[in-house]
Design a protein around this ligand. Sequence first.
Ligand code: BGC
Length: 375
Amino acid sequence: MKKFLALLLTLALMLGTLAACGGGGGGEESSDGGGEGGVQVGIVLPTKDEPRWLQDEASFTTALESAGFTSEVMFSQGSTATELSNVESLVEKGVKVLVICAQDGAAAGAAVQAAKDAGVTVVCYDRLITGTDAVDYYVTFDSFGVGKAQGQYLIDKYAGKKDVPLYLFSGAKTDNNAFIFFSGAWSVLNKAVADGQFKIQNCDAIADYVGKELDADKDHDALSKVLGTIDTNWDFNTAKTLAEAALQSGEKGDVAILAPNDGTARAIADAFSADNAVTSYAVTGQDAELASLKYIQDDKQSMTVWKNTATLAKTTCDMVSEILGGGTPKTDATYNNQKKDVPSIQAEIVVVDKAKLEELVKNGDFSQDDIDNAK
Ligand code: BGC
């Protein structure tokens, strides 16, 4: 009887493992040595200094471990050179699949080429690596949708108003996503500016594109010029300095602020709330970092876009499973990386304002304690 129960338990565990990762062909590899004695999946993330990427690390570890894959996560800490040596060391450890979120999308070509030369399948994660054909797949969120939701939030917030001062800030120009986010936001804001709802305060370079959309691929050069004047480099201090500089000459009162992500949103919000001539502000964000959920709760940040890293890690895990099993992963989109159309999977996003946050906390998606204790 005991033996029978043990057998049942083993079967249940095996089924659970397969279900955790879509039941792909790689699931049967041993979890303590990667089938051939090495690490099966190498994951390279850009930095430990932003909570967003620590969320990804945790989600990957859970998803891949429970699917029975051996994996190792390495951080590039803002350096393309470290990124390259991380990839080289993972290749030496025998990884079959490299999942990489590049520090700098154009400079990561050498790293993925090294992996490709060693026969490794390369999956770009969240950020597309550009200008190389050494990438096989791309798993991402709907980045255009993120930007569009940010722009639409500001439009709805100031519905019926005229000449609302609008401040624009972007993500790092070295990150292809920054182009897509901005393009998404501008796809709705351009009309609102043309209709007189908003008056842009800190970005002369966008003047030629009022009433026109800017496509992240086709209008890359134009966008590059625009982003060049409002680039936070995804860095809190740069964001704060840019915000303070913009406030020197910008109109105040009730203002709208397009901030690209949560870290920069909090820095920019701090600068705006320190200015007595700013009577109120609406500021966007993304990532649902706990510190920003706290800001939203305290009315210091208006919204964020939750990109559930558990969903993305699970999607990637399913893809890894297919690849290791010798199959071809299913994809639902393509992204052009200036060298090829990369087969991609795009995960859904969730827009979170104060009311939605209350709902998510009630649902158990976020814990009130975690939010209250966020730094
Ligand atoms: C990611 C964002 C993140 C930003 C800064 C982007 O590529 O998509 O979620 O906030 O990088 O790290």
